[in-house]
Design a protein around this ligand. Sequence first.
Ligand SMILES: Nc1nc2c(ncn2[C@@H]2O[C@H](COP(=O)(O)OP(=O)(O)OP(=O)(O)O)[C@@H](O)[C@H]2O)c(=O)[nH]1
Length: 301
Amino acid sequence: MANSFKSGFVTLVGRPNAGKSTLINAVVGHKVAITSNTAQTTRHRFRAIVTREDMQMTMVDTPGLHKPHDALGEELNTSAIMAMEDVDVIAFLVDASKPIGRGDEWVAAQVRAVRHARKILVITKADLVDKDVIISQLEAARALGRWDDEVVLSSKSGFNVDGFEHAVSRWLPEGPKWFPDDMDTDQPFEVLVAEFIREKILRSFRDEVPHSIGVIADQIEYERRKDMYKIYAVVYVERDSQKGIIIGKGGSAIKQIGIEARQDLEQLLGCKVFLDLQVKVKKNWRRDLNQIRRFGYGEGI
Ligand SMILES: Nc1nc2c(ncn2[C@@H]2O[C@H](COP(=O)(O)OP(=O)(O)OP(=O)(O)O)[C@@H](O)[C@H]2O)c(=O)[nH]1
């Protein structure tokens, strides 16, 4: 008898910076999620899909859970908590290199409250610490809930990423292929483009403007004759001072962001990219929920 096909949904949760987006990219095999050192990099829910011969696993990335400080923070939390409903598997990620703290405990409490899903404990960033640290971290994390499986891995080195895939697959129910074989993310193209640009800004200005920026890819055109994409994007900031920082002396900072984003986009798109970046001030956009939704962040999308 032929083996039956398995399919289902897994959500990755963990405190900000636990390594959710990096793990998704490692499983997919290329970049579909942006990452940075800045906590709360991920702002919107999206799905990444991996299809194998015998299974299809759809990963739901979520903004890291944390105590909210503003409307954006609340929206991100609601989004992350909602992502735990209606999934088959919850993967709870704990950073091996950071002592378990209140952030992890708070997320674990949300996970414990979900009754129906299978739960996998995932210790991430194993490349950063010694074996004995991993063992003690595993023991401490075990105490935070009841786990159906445990995985220790490193998304950076690739160590045991397949172990994660197998652990999830084990708990997926039999089901149909929900998405076509070649689909690896459900993010609209313009959102993916905007996110790649936002990543570069976050990486350049870790401390100065972490949560005050939003990026919209206004216009994307493909020029067949040149095999080139023309992308016009706007970076929104809250204050004039932030605009100055992002533009930099004589435009040097925005130029550098443009170069890095263009290289990434060329890799994503497999052809040449012309990128036009503008910086505009939109006061208090973070506090205005409609504005947040217009930027595509939170569960409103
Ligand atoms: N050394 C090492 N670094 C890692 C690994 N996984 C993630 N990181 C780094 O940890 C930081 C955070 O990773 P992300 O994947 O963005 O974390 P996240 O949980 O998605 O973060 P939020 O979007 O803030 O919730 C980045 O700088 C990653 O490069 C790993 O396996 N090893």
